[in-house]
Design a protein. Structure first.
Length: 506
């Protein structure tokens, strides 16, 4: 090859890439030629993917136009039963190709769908979207979708809490080494540690319920929120305008509408919505990180399928890939909170359109991501594997040093001197530590205690002094009380949705 000439392999690759693209842009498999979000193509549940689908969005627009027409008719505007029935008959009859062509021509998505709806409802064409602004369908649909998204997430989070509660109850009495600073600390129990995870999720569930229940409808407010167009339609009758707002709000399934809006509902609402989802993401990340660390210690593992491969190069590996996926997606979920914060900050006066494209992405991605991590975490919590013998061995390695205070108290009660005992234990413990750290041996501190005549008065107490269960305090009782008084009452509204088991496709 001449110096500076093209790399033949690079040229071949470019040729193949170009040829492949041109030959397969249409026909079977063409979806693989365009980027697809893995949130939907790989992970998200069917119901959450549908919640943010184009079909649900535009069908909801049509329902909102129907609600508006019904309410206007009730309040005396010249709208006929025939027009309303025509709209009812075509709520789901959407010509998406026509809508796309209209939007390309008009550069306006709402008007494109007004025209598309009018095309199949010629008798109702003149009263569709009467007095409304684009945000009547856009923002109200977003609020419906957010509400429905919460309704999908809350039972999933409740199931995760339920599975963890069963786990905590089962292992409430199993001692395990506690860690602070990821250094060995006093003992806790496997169930008590799990109760800390549950507590975080209980806070998350309460936050999701609160924000969901505080969501209101934007309602019927007009172009800048003043309802001027509707006041004109009803010839200055303020009571009818207020009743129109109330009727449509009720038809959409909301108890209240925001009393004041600009063109849009306040983007602070989106901040609140994504804040609780991001907070839940932090809980997921913490819990799955704990499980990953415990998997490294071989104390607890996530479920591992019979034919699952942990590593393409190291066939013995059992990587915690589901917890790793949850951590990866939870990080994305946490970062999404920044979008609505910045959007709310830069909305000028009654509204600017620089919110639109951003919200199309961040709202959907937040709920899709939250849905995925909860689905995955339910699968994890339904199959957690505990290795009590490994846990016991690690306790034996660390417990002798933790028992020194108990040993000192026993010696003093037997008539010994506290300071003398402390010095003897200090010397013996340092000798045992040297065996562990410098020679790689096991902790022989107790053997040294047993061999030292100074400790003969308490030899018969050593076994009870070293019983791990004497070091776990009230952990079992705390777990039992926590589950009964806080967790079970919180889960009661979701009891009819607890039986669903979760199997992952990937």
């Amino acid at each position: 090859m001449a110096a500076g000439g093209p790399d033949p392999f690079e040229a071949e690759a470019l040729t193949v890439s170009s040829s492949t693209m041109s030959d397969s842009m249409a026909g079977p498999g063409e979806e693989f030629n365009r980027y697809r979000s893995p949130l939907v193509s790989r992970y998200a549940s069917r119901e959450m993917a549908f919640n943010f689908s184009e079909r649900k969005k535009f069908c909801t627009w049509r329902r909102l136009w129907l609600f508006l027409a019904r309410a206007q008719k009730v309040l005396g505007l010249p709208i006929t039963d025939e027009q309303v029935q025509e709209m009812e008959m075509n709520l789901d009859n959407i010509d998406f190709k026509m809508a796309a062509e209209e939007e390309k021509k008009l550069r306006h998505d709402v008007m494109a769908h007004v025209h598309t709806f009018a095309h199949c409802c010629p008798k109702a064409a003149g009263i569709i979207h009467l007095g409304a602004t684009s945000c009547y369908v856009g923002d109200n649909t977003d609020l419906i979708v957010l509400r429905d998204g919460f309704d999908l997430l809350m039972p999933k989070l409740a199931r995760v809490i339920s599975r963890l509660a069963e786990f905590a109850e089962k292992y409430a009495n199993l001692p395990t080494l506690g860690f602070t600073h990821y250094q060995p600390a006093q003992l806790t129990t496997v169930g008590k540690r799990c109760s800390l995870w549950i507590q975080d999720f209980c806070l998350d569930l309460q936050n999701l319920e609160r924000v969901r229940n505080e969501l209101r409808f934007r309602g019927v407010k007009g172009t800048t929120g003043t309802q001027a167009s509707f006041l004109q339609l009803f010839e200055g009758d303020h009571d009818k305008v207020e009743e129109l707002d109330r009727l449509v709000t009720t038809m959409a399934g909301f108890k209240r509408a925001y009393m004041v809006t600009g063109q849009t509902y306040s983007r602070k609402v989106d901040v609140e919505v994504l804040a609780v989802l991001a907070s839940m993401g932090a809980s997921v990340h913490k819990i799955c990180t704990d499980i990953r660390l415990l998997a490294n210690l071989k104390e607890i593992e996530e479920p591992f399928e019979k034919e699952q491969i942990g590593s393409s190069a190291m066939p013995y590996k059992r990587n915690p890939m589901r917890c790793e996926r949850c951590c990866s997606l939870a990080r994305h979920l946490m970062t999404l909170h920044l979008d609505p914060l910045q959007t709310a900050a830069v909305q000028w006066f009654e509204r600017t359109l620089d919110d639109s494209a951003n919200r199309r992405i961040c709202l959907a991605e937040a709920f899709l991501t939250a849905d995925i991590v909860l689905t995955t975490l339910q699968n994890i919590t339904e199959g957690l594997v505990v290795y009590p013998k490994v846990i016991e061995r690690r306790i034996r390695q660390e417990l002798p040093f933790m028992a020194t205070e108990n040993i000192i108290m026993a010696v003093v009660k037997a008539g010994g001197n506290r300071q003398d005992c402390h010095e003897r234990i200090r010397v013996l413990s340092q000798q045992a530590a040297a065996v562990v750290k410098q020679e790689g041996g096991d902790n022989d501190f107790i053997a040294r205690i047993q061999a030292d005549p100074y400790f003969n008065p308490i030899q018969d107490q050593l076994e009870s002094l070293l019983d791990p269960k004497s070091f776990i305090g009230r952990a079992p009782q705390q777990v039992d009380k926590f589950l009964k008084e806080e967790v079970i009452p919180l889960l009661t509204p979701y009891q009819n949705k607890m039986d669903l088991k979760m199997e992952l496709e990937l």
